[in-house]
Design a protein around this ligand. Structure first.
Ligand code: GCB
Length: 593
């Protein structure tokens, strides 16, 4: 018997399975205030570089102990190694450090049926990059995008007692994905954020949004609710200290009310949050939500009607020991370091960070730029790539729509100004506005090299123009920066979304000795002095708070790390430029006070 091992990959039904099973923003269920059943902990784990599991349908059969095999099908997952969820497999064993490709996570789910009509939803915090979910041998759905959550309904597929849940995760880099093959951050793989089960009533609250109505003089609050099913009825909303339980008429599964309310406003100086509870039938969700309005007027950015400048820093989600898996303590440390710099703002580069990053920013009073990895030269002409990017954006917005500190959605980073890119990213900007009228849209643009000005055609579609420039580093002279700023009349606020220089912590030398702390410090001094001369520069997020791991930098000084951190990868050792930026931000804050 000769079986083509590639049969399944040629089989139309398999090829279509991804598309048919794709899950995305439209069915994401909010976890806000819900009691979840965590599925974190050890899962059985195997890397599968050649996709044998998909070819041999490891998911289709119950595992049989080796002693009972009649054919040599080595899929007894009981003998596998284990891996903790959440974690990045790259951090678990030296031989998995650079592994890219497929891997299988398997575990038993013991199911005790609840009340009649109960619905059970699997919530995956993040799976990098692609995931396929199987329960008891049945393919239930697939998801693309390394950094946004997804949900798969298990109702009707679970049986009482033990069930076999398998998630095949693939972090292979591909030219048509978002990001594509080439990035300047580490390609961590795996189920690296929490996985949980939600037990829900027959009709439940899928999503909700509570925010000030833009332009209402901070006196109207809109509450939107979306249910799991297109039913009619009444939901209620209550806001602690502001609003007693108040009905929201729901028709076809959707409801919206606008209420005359004047909450205390959220700002970095006064990060006031209100407890908000929504109910429908027996279901309820709850969150702590701040109310603020973010807007632009000419070249200014206004928070709650007042001018603000964004004193920021960029940060990756990366850790020496845990890779891209972030704990609460690590997020709080990022923010404590940002505050020690005098920041009121961070750019979360270059993909959606752990959801607690936005929640804790709300609590401690930091504004955020949050973005999707439309990075460098992705396949802008490919409609499937657009769909992937748009879904990641929609999932990010659904996840973080109630986060007051998140003021900017970034739709891309350093993408050359081609026609295909313009139409792709203009559509993303329009999508962000349609899904969320309470935030501004930005992108980190490049300099127009012909005109030597800020002249990206995408700027017409943005509220705030982000600009990455590396004068003093990739381009040794600062003259270009002076020329560029003088040549530009953007008519919109500009945030310098990146500048910086690599420095090996502790390495000293002259001001033009590359990779020394002294050179990095000199670049910061000069950049800050020049940028202060352009009135339309309303903020900056220098590159970057910490050194971060990246495969593409293996040479002399870098050794697997991007060394542009103001703090080394130990997250403790501050480089000399840290104090320079801190002094600058202190002076800016004093001047504004
Ligand atoms: C950039 C990219 C960023 C890189 C940085 C660098 O322009 O946006 O992802 O890490 O430059 O260090 O070169």
């Amino acid at each position: 018997l000769v079986v083509d091992p590639y049969d399944h990959l040629h089989d139309e039904s398999y090829a279509d399975a991804f598309a048919r099973g794709r899950v995305g923003a439209a069915i994401l269920v909010t976890v806000a205030g819900r009691t979840v059943e965590p599925l974190d902990g050890e899962w059985r784990f195997a890397i599968d570089p050649h996709d044998e599991g998909l070819r041999q349908t490891w998911y289709a059969d119950e595992p049989v102990p080796a002693s009972e095999w009649t054919v040599p099908r080595d899929y007894d997952d009981g003998s596998w190694q284990t891996a903790p969820v959440p974690s990045c497999w790259n951090m678990l064993r030296p031989e998995w450090r650079y592994y890219e490709g497929g891997a299988w996570y398997t575990r038993t789910l013991d199911h005790t049926p609840g009340e009649a009509g109960e619905r059970i939803v699997l919530h995956v915090g993040a799976a990098a990059y692609e995931a396929r979910v199987f329960l008891n041998g049945t393919f239930l759905g697939a998801h693309r995008g390394a950094s946004t959550p997804f949900c798969i309904e298990l109702t009707g597929h679970l049986r009482p007692g033990p069930n076999r849940l398998q998630i095949q995760v693939d972090n292979g880099r591909r030219g048509d994905r978002v990001p594509m093959r080439h990035t300047d951050w580490f390609n961590y793989g795996g189920l690296y954020r929490s996985v949980a089960l939600l037990r829900l009533p027959p009709v439940f609250i899928r999503d909700f949004g509570v925010a000030l109505v833009p332009g209402s003089g901070f006196r109207r609050v809109a509450v939107d609710v979306a249910l799991s099913d297109p039913v009619d009825g009444t939901a209620t909303v209550a806001i602690d200290g502001l609003l007693p339980p108040t009905p929201i008429p729901v028709s076809g599964g959707r409801g919206r009310v606008e209420l005359d309310l004047a909450p205390e406003l959220w700002s970095p100086d006064s990060p006031r949050l209100y407890g908000v509870t929504l109910r429908f039938g027996t279901d309820s969700v709850a969150d702590r939500i701040g109310f603020r309005e973010i807007a632009v007027a000419g070249e200014r950015i206004l928070l709650n009607g007042r001018d603000i400048t964004l004193r920021g820093v960029s940060v990756h989600e990366d850790d020496l020991l845990h890779g891209k898996t972030s704990g609460e303590a690590d997020i709080r440390r990022r923010y404590a370091d940002a505050k020690a710099l005098g920041c009121n703002f961070l750019r979360l580069a270059h993909y959606p960070h752990d959801p607690r990053a936005a929640a804790i920013a709300d609590e401690v009073g930091l504004m955020l730029w949050s973005e999707i990895p439309v990075y460098w030269a992705i396949d802008f002409a490919n409609p499937d790539t657009y769909e992937d990017a748009a879904n990641q954006l929609a999932e990010l917005i659904a996840r973080d729509r109630n986060r007051a500190g998140t003021i900017l959605w970034g739709v891309g980073n350093e993408n050359a100004d081609t026609d295909a890119r313009l139409s792709f990213m203009a559509r993303l900007a329009a999508l962000a506005r349609r899904l969320d009228p309470t935030r501004l849209v930005t992108a980190a643009c490049l300099i127009d090299r012909e005109r030597f000005a800020i002249a990206d055609r995408l700027a017409a579609h943005l509220d705030v123009i982000g600009l990455n420039e590396y004068f003093g580093w990739y381009e040794p002279s600062f003259d270009g920066l002076r020329r560029l700023l003088a040549n530009s009349a953007p008519g919109k606020p500009v945030v310098i979304s990146e500048f910086g220089a690599d420095a090996v912590a502790g390495l000293r030398g002259g001001e033009r000795e590359l990779f020394t702390e002294d050179c990095q410090e000199a670049v910061y001094r000069e950049q800050l002095a020049i940028l202060a001369t352009a009135s339309y520069v309303r903020g900056m997020t220098p590159w970057i708070l910490y050194d971060f791991r990246t495969e593409r930098r293996q040479t002399a000084f870098q050794r697997g790390w991007n060394r542009k951190g103001l703090i080394a990868e130990d997250k403790t050792t501050r480089k000399r430029a840290f104090a320079v930026l801190a002094a600058h931000y202190r002076a800016m804050a004093d001047a504004e006070a």
